[in-house]
Design a protein around this ligand. Structure first.
Ligand code: NAD
Ligand code: UD1
Length: 336
């Protein structure tokens, strides 16, 4: 099966390309490199011995993007391409709505034109907004995202749902990722954020190598066992395998399906810090600061549906992810 991977040079996309190659799929990458580097392709080749076709193309540019569909015989699409920084989306809402929505509109119209009927979309736990109970299940209410980035996920989920309803021959799988962390165990691929990281794991990694002085923990007065925020951290390799399992699901012609991809287990900020210290035999200096606006106390998934219907579940622990993130950070102190 030939799989178009938009955003396939990014953090999750590149790991998924590797998982696809290892599982015998034929990925074709389309990425404008707005948040990734061409060197990622060399690293994919080093790790797999294969160099998938890569098109440097903006998915919003219909003319250029059409050439990919003309040249490659695509059977399915995994749509990772998008802007993803929550804070930046608050400052640049127009850029976020435009990029994330336009790329999806262009992709869907090309898929329709070229008869490509299977799409997996990278959604996020952010669509659940401020949850009223834990763990989150796929049927829980969505729509309450608190920032433009999150709203693009809510909107695209809705667009894909309406599109599938109107075109029942299309198969749409919405994957709601929880908190992806970790890196390829080789240290060749991993998360490479621009500037000071907003997310916890890249922040800890940069503290671990002395690039940042100390971690600031946002609040220790949440109603959680140790007072710090609880999240569902999932190793990016497990996430990548979730896409392979979802592609196999297309054989059943599923119509529209939604799956949470997490571990089902909540981990607090302090637990993650201690796991990082234990996995790598180092100390992470931290201070406790005030809560960060927009944060919730807890957020973790019920992943029973993915286990039952996709035969998928997370295999790696947070200790594995901490070891792999540190290894990547040490080997790539200035990013890829
Ligand atoms: P990433 O930024 O590393 O990868 C996204 C890739 O898309 C980048 O390589 C970027 O260059 C490319 N891109 C962006 N806009 C494009 C466009 N218009 N045309 C072509 N390429 C474009 O991000 P990631 O962490 O790998 O995330 C992948 C997807 O998963 C995103 O849609 C993101 O919103 C979603 N997601 C990520 C997380 C997370 O924590 N990383 C959580 C939930 C959902
Ligand atoms: C954030 C986004 C979410 C997005 C996800 C991608 C917000 C409000 N939510 O989720 O929309 O899908 O990233 O992975 O931005 N923390 C610290 N110190 C830090 C950084 C984080 O204590 O320097 C804490 C946070 O308060 C939180 C936990 O670590 O309790 C995880 O934070 P983060 O990695 O930013 O992820 P989320 O907030 O869950």
């Amino acid at each position: 099966m030939r799989v178009l991977v938009t955003g396939g040079m990014g953090f999750i996309g590149s790991e998924t390309v590797i998982a696809l190659l290892e599982a015998g799929f034929e990925p074709v990458i389309a990425d404008n490199l707005s948040n990734s580097k061409e060197k990622v392709l060399d690293r994919i080749e080093t790790l797999t011995g294969k160099r998938p076709p890569f098109y440097k193309v903006d998915c919003c540019d219909e003319g250029e993007f059409r050439k990919v569909f003309e040249k490659e015989h695509i059977d399915a699409v995994i749509h990772f391409a998008g802007l993803k920084a929550v804070g930046e989306s608050v400052v640049k809402p127009l850029e976020y709505y435009k990029n994330n929505l336009d790329s999806t509109f262009t992709l869907l119209s090309l898929m329709r034109e070229f008869g490509v009927k299977n799409i997996i979309f990278s959604s996020s736990a952010t669509v659940y907004g401020v949850p009223t109970h834990m763990p989150l299940v796929e049927t829980d209410p969505t729509g309450g995202a608190t920032n433009p980035y999150g709203m693009t996920k809510v909107m695209i989920e809705r667009i894909l749902t309406d599109f599938q309803k109107a075109n029942p021959e299309f198969n749409v799988i919405l994957l709601r990722y929880f908190n992806p962390i970790g890196a390829h165990p080789s240290g060749l691929l991993g998360e490479d954020p621009n500037g000071i990281p907003n997310n916890l794991m890249p922040y800890i990694s940069q503290v671990s190598v002395g690039k940042l002085k100390q971690l600031k923990i946002y609040g220790d007065d949440y109603p959680t066992p140790d007072g710090t925020g609880v999240r569902d951290y999932i190793h990016v390799l497990d996430l990548a395998e979730g896409h392979v399992a979802s592609l196999r699901k297309f054989a059943d012609k599923p119509g529209l399906e939604i799956y949470n991809l997490g571990t089902g287990k909540g981990t607090s900020v302090l637990e993650l810090v201690h796991a990082f210290e234990e996995a790598n035999g180092i100390k992470i200096p931290y201070i406790i600061g005030p809560r960060r606006a927009g944060d919730v106390a807890e957020n973790y998934a019920n992943c029973d549906k993915a286990k039952k219907e996709l035969g998928w579940e997370a295999r790696f622990s947070i200790v594995d992810a901490c070891r792999d993130s540190y290894n990547f950070q040490k080997k790539n102190p200035n990013g890829i």
